[in-house]
Design a protein around this ligand. Structure first.
Ligand code: KMH
Ligand code: ZN
Length: 271
């Protein structure tokens, strides 16, 4: 089972939790702790020194270097960024090459209400980002906030913009989008194209219970401060690594073995 740690995000703030990493070094330290706790991959965003979200390639380069000098965890960069960002800005990390190149990049396959905002992904923009991910030589993680986004991934594969089997991330529980319900997860799993792999990222209080559900169903799990800041009701997690440790315990209690980064590379067909 591949555990992904979503360490930073674009919406979580230091006002909400003092444990949010902001600088490259803080991101590197937290990634190493997550690796130690059982994660095989990190999903990262980056921040400007004032804590505001950014997709700047140089900030990503610095963060990736700080991660890789500490551990072998796989690095997945965001192309979603923060709501309201333009496509060129969102694709900043895709310009990194050589030893700074990420291992994977996200591709959201449709638009969705996102809290009080809209996460804007019209079809031409999705195709554009899919082409850029492929041109960078990366595999996408297909972020699906609703079931129709799996169907859109099928359309992208038909158009030759992504390859199947692919890896999906089911994001459940964003306010305004598909709720974190067991039936929703089961519908998404049943809608998955042949041979594809999946991770579930449930938001807020659903995050850790959905690790159990994903483990039972043969899936993978994403946890971390991007999606949830609490380890239990009203108690802040002291960093994403504490959430990873809890997810690892839950996965193992369900009989699952945690993938190393090298195993995750094979399971997610990144090689
Ligand atoms: N911050 C959200 C609007 C991704 O990383 O690709 C989008 C997001 C998805 O976080
Ligand atoms: Zn993200």
């Amino acid at each position: 089972m591949v555990i992904t740690a979503a360490l930073v995000g674009a919406e979580t703030t230091r006002e909400q939790t003092p444990y949010l990493p902001i600088t490259a070094a803080e991101i590197g330290v937290e990634a190493a702790k997550c690796r130690e706790a059982g994660a095989a991959m990190v999903h990262i965003h980056v921040r400007k020194p004032d804590g505001s979200p950014s997709q700047d390639a140089e900030l990503y380069r610095a963060a990736i270097r700080e991660i890789r000098k500490r551990c072998d965890i796989l690095v997945q960069t965001s192309t979603g960024g923060a709501v309201g960002m333009g496509v060129d800005e969102r694709c900043g990390p895709l310009t990194l090459t050589g030893t700074d190149r990420p291992d994977m990049a996200t591709l959201s396959t449709g638009s969705v209400n996102f809290g009080e905002d809209v996460f804007w992904n019209p079809r031409p923009l999705v195709r554009d980002i899919a082409r850029r991910i492929r041109a960078a030589g990366l595999k996408p993680e297909l972020e699906c906030f609703d079931v129709g986004m799996i169907d859109e991934a099928r359309a992208l594969a038909k158009q030759g913009l992504i390859d199947f089997p692919a890896h999906f991330d089911f994001v459940l529980g964003v306010p305004g989008a598909l709720a974190a319900r067991v039936e929703a997860l089961d519908f998404m799993v049943a809608s998955l194209p042949e041979g594809c792999t999946w991770t579930c990222a449930a938001i807020g209080r659903h995050q850790l219970p959905f690790v159990d559900l994903s483990a039972e169903r043969g899936g993978n799990a994403r946890v971390g401060l991007e999606d949830n800041i609490f380890i239990s009701k009203g108690v802040l997690a002291k960093g994403s690594s504490e959430l990873v440790a809890d997810a690892a315990r839950r996965a193992q209690a369900k009989g699952r073995t945690l993938a190393t980064p090298q195993q995750a590379r094979q399971l997610l067909r990144l090689t």
